[in-house]
Design a protein around this ligand. Structure first.
Ligand code: BG6
Length: 486
């Protein structure tokens, strides 16, 4: 690993993500003494601000978005002191030149560029940097999703950036990889002896991945409509979780070894067709209803017109490799669901032969492992235990081996996912970033679903806000004799 970058150059610095996540993360890193000496943050956006005006704006954001007990005026002042603001619009050479002046003498100490802008500005921004002579082998570039809207457009974005940066310099952000609980999946699988021997088609019946949200459009109409849940959530976050659950053990925890294994799993996803989307996918769109006791409007009302964008998707995926043959992965995500709840459920197969209750009724159930990612963080293993008593026939009951990570690590602040990612970007560690071949494998599978939907004319079915999607999502899994863990 090289010396950490001494400069963080943020494009899109006036945007929502910067206010909510990036500056609070930088604040936390500074507070913990994790930023390099002589660190400078160059914030950039289209609007005109003086350094002072922008710093005041960031101070407001910190007060609003930091956890209540975290804001400390002295630390905020230290952060403000290392922020400068430079207006830059793509295509404006004079502004890139002015940016170059801000970077004078700093290029050799490494620059981490962060693109928190609409993707249409990724390539023009990189081009502007190149023309101003601001890209060196010590420059890294991070980009937020979405990277394209299908395989072809993602290739265009990657080609545009790839023409100016080597792959090792490119850091594609999937903020789920910055979440402690997602990284913990690696620890659970590869830091314990008892799971890996069972982590395959011999012992596992099926896997469920749920990423549920209670929020609706949240003023993101212009981005979300036409994109939908499949592209917004499954293409990136859900498939990244799937790849970590499904991958072979990497030889070591380094960017190449981990990402090589993830991409192999992603490439093994069985493409969908116009025929299989009918039985293996469900699209939904929320209508008025109630979430958490609050009456909420429907998607079309929020949008102000009817739309064919899905706000919910459920899928039955197959991974065609040796390990997972015949093990369905049921995936679902959506907005305006009953709970903000992300979890992975591993349903094991029944024991090979039951010695209990030959006449049935012993209560024997297959084991289940539940990994709750958010809002609570826990790992629960449901195991069989004898119900105490003197009955001649053994009666079994499910009991829970319960590990609350929140309790086990009480007193340790749960960090914002972006803290990990920014720190890794500055240090040049790409393990928790998405490599180009992963993005492309993800899009290849997603495209097969979108093409299937188009060909088969699959439209979103309505579901009342506050429900787990349309009833067909329940049928998708129940047809196979399983059910969602709600
Ligand atoms: C983003 C999606 O990537 O992830 C949003 O664009 C979604 O639509 C968000 O709400 C969910 O992230 P988190 O961290 O709140 O689960």
């Amino acid at each position: 690993m090289t010396e950490p970058s001494a400069t963080f150059l943020l494009f899109g610095a006036t945007g929502d993500l910067a206010h909510r996540m990036i500056f609070p993360s930088l604040y936390n890193l500074l507070a913990d003494g994790l930023l390099p000496d002589d660190f400078l943050i160059i914030a950039s956006g289209r609007s005109e601000f003086t350094d002072e005006e922008f710093r005041a704006d960031i101070d407001k954001a910190l007060r609003k978005f930091l956890a209540a007990d975290r804001y400390d005026a002295e630390i905020a002042e230290r952060l403000r002191a290392i922020i400068v603001y430079q207006p830059v619009e793509a295509g404006n050479a004079a502004q890139f030149k002015a940016l170059g002046e801000r970077l004078d003498g700093r290029l050799d100490k490494g620059v981490s560029v962060y693109l928190s802008t609409p993707p249409s500005l990724f390539a023009p921004t990189a081009q502007g940097l190149a023309e101003a002579g601001l890209i060196t082998p010590k420059t890294r570039i991070a980009m937020e999703k979405p990277i394209g809207k299908d395989l072809a457009s993602s290739k265009e974005v990657n080609d545009g950036i790839g023409a100016l940066f080597a792959e090792e310099q490119i850091f594609r952000v999937d903020h789920y990889l910055g979440k402690e609980t997602v990284q913990n999946l690696l620890a659970l699988r590869f830091g314990n002896v008892m799971f890996e021997p069972l982590w395959n088609a011999t012992a596992i019946d099926h896997v469920q991945i749920t990423v549920g949200e209670t929020v609706g459009l949240e003023g993101r109409v212009s981005y979300y409509d036409g994109v939908g849940a499949l592209r917004d959530m499954v293409q990136n976050h859900v498939l990244q979780i799937l790849s970590i659950i499904a991958m072979e053990p990497p030889a070591r925890m380094d960017p190449t070894a981990v990402r090589d294994e993830k991409v192999k799993a992603l490439r093994s996803l069985r493409p969908m067709t116009a025929e299989t989307v009918k039985t293996h996918s469900v699209r939904g769109q929320y209508t008025p209803g109630a979430v958490g006791g609050q009456i909420v409007t429907g998607y079309a009302d929020e949008l102000g017109k009817p739309s064919e964008t899905e706000t919910f998707v459920a899928l039955k995926a197959h991974i065609d490799n040796w390990r997972w043959q015949g093990v369905p992965f049921y995936l679902r995500t959506g907005k305006r669901l009953p709970a903000r709840q992300s979890e992975i459920l591993i349903q094991f197969k029944p024991v090979r032969h039951s010695i209990f209750g030959r006449n049935g009724g012993s209560g024997l159930e297959p084991n289940t492992l539940i990994i709750r990612l958010q809002p609570e963080e826990y790992i629960r293993l449901l195991i069989m235990s004898k119900r105490p008593g003197l009955e001649r026939e053994v009666h079994l009951e499910e009991v829970t081996l319960d590990v609350s990570l929140t309790a086990a690590f009480a007193g340790q602040r749960r960090r914002i996912a972006y803290e990990r990612l920014i720190l890794d970007l500055l240090a040049g560690d790409a393990t928790l970033f998405v490599r180009r071949d992963e993005v492309e494998a993800q899009w290849t599978w997603i495209d097969s679903i979108i093409d299937g939907w188009k060909e088969a004319g699959v439209k979103p079915s309505p579901y009342s806000s506050g429900n787990w999607g349309p009833s067909s999502a329940i049928a998708l899994i129940e047809r196979d004799g399983a059910s969602w863990n709600d």
